[in-house]
Design a protein around this ligand. Structure first.
Ligand code: PLP
Ligand code: COI
Length: 355
């Protein structure tokens, strides 16, 4: 149990006037949660303080060697005004998996939940009221020792910041166009691909930049060894409907174990839709496209929700999926996931946690 100190702002900001124009990750609330770690002492000094800049040394280790981890989840406002989270404990379990890979100390998952509830309680008026908008929650840990040697740090800071946000992709539920990256790779087995750490996203920027130049919005990564097997997209996992079966890359350590991915597979299983987690090559996807068996492609993620893919470009081959329209399984998953998250349909899975 944390003993949280509160230092509340005397100058709260105006809330966004038009929630349809929030975009993703631009606006931040009045407060943040902060806690420190010191070797020998553990996590300490939990506090909710005004959101704002803070000082660390220019030599802080996170700035040089990337010993950082983060998470992403959301708080949703239901029609009766209740604020609720979607499987928040899973995010903190994954935070610890990332911590372990980055040699960052374990953090108590119940303490994280307590911090999350305490902060969102203070900021609950910031949870958007508009359909499709929610409060994006970004927990993260950075190493802060002022030291230029490469080693695990002795001092860390854990933060939770909050950002009222709309759709991650400007296109909303309209299909996105995706470019299969054949030159660069994002992660390899044995590397950090499964961890939510800044370096993975830094590694992805060059591919994203190239994709944008070609008018594609995201990159589909292939495996880091043979560049044959599908991995994931920059900010979401990927699924293919082939011959009526939902196929998605299995978890082998190089992709993020998405919470939306796992939940979407559970929804499919509950609806009797066959699912398969296995290795899948980009060639198999192209062959399924040519034979008319590839009926839908979609991404899954907290920020991306369920994001249909309408264009897939692999070298010179351009695949137009389902006439560039959202398909029935993607639509069903979107309706079910957002229905549960916004409290519009019954949560048979026990995924919702109320504030
Ligand atoms: N893959 C990557 C690289 C991501 O950044 C995300 C977003 O969190 C996901 C997949 C989807 O994970 P989740 O569904 O847990 O948000
Ligand atoms: C999320 O979906 O929460 C993510 O972290 C994606 C992010 C890189 C914007």
């Amino acid at each position: 149990m944390l003993n949280i100190r509160y230092e509340l702002t005397k100058t709260p900001k105006a809330k966004p006037a038009d929630e349809s124009k929030l975009g993703f990750g631009h606006i931040f609330t009045d407060h943040m949660f902060v806690m420190d770690y010191t070797t020998g002492e553990g996590w300490h000094d939990a506090r909710i303080v005004p959101y704002g800049e803070f000082a660390i040394s220019p030599a802080a280790m996170c700035l040089h060697y990337g010993q950082t981890v983060f998470e992403g989840l959301k708080a949703y406002r239901t029609a009766d005004g209740t604020v609720q989270f979607f499987r928040p404990i899973e995010n903190f379990k994954r935070l610890n998996q990332s911590n372990e890979r980055l040699v960052i100390p374990h953090i108590d998952e119940q303490d994280c939940l307590q911090a999350l509830h305490a902060l969102v309680e203070v900021e609950k008026d910031w949870v958007p009221h508009t359909d499709g908008a929610s409060l994006y929650i970004r927990p993260f840990i950075i190493s802060v020792d002022p030291f230029l040697g490469v080693k695990p740090a002795d001092h860390y800071m854990f933060f939770i910041i909050l950002s009222p946000s709309g759709a991650y992709y400007e296109t909303g539920l309209n299909p996105v166009s995706i470019y299969v990256e054949s030159k660069y790779v994002r992660a390899v087995r044995g590397g950090m691909g499964f961890a939510k750490t800044g370096g993975n996203y830094a590694a992805s920027l060059i591919g994203q930049d190239e994709a944008h130049k070609q008018n594609y919005s995201q990159v589909l990564w292939l495996d880091g060894v043979e560049q044959k097997y599908i991995e994931e997209v920059g900010a979401m996992n990927i699924m293919f409907v082939i011959d009526g079966e939902v196929v998605t890359p299995m978890l082998q350590g190089s992709i993020l174990p998405g919470i939306t991915r796992r939940s979407a597979l559970d929804v499919c299983r509950a609806k009797g839709i066959p699912v398969s987690e296995r290795r899948i090559t980009i060639q198999e996807v192209a062959d399924a496209y040519d034979s008319g068996k590839l009926t839908e492609v979609f991404g899954t993620g907290t920020a991306a929700v369920i994001s249909p893919v309408g264009h897939l470009k692999w070298n010179d081959k351009v695949m137009i999926i389902n006439n560039n329209e959202i398909g029935p399984i993607s639509q069903m998953l979107y309706d079910t996931m957002t229905g549960i998250q916004w409290g519009k349909i019954e949560d048979k899975f026990g995924w919702i946690e109320k504030l």
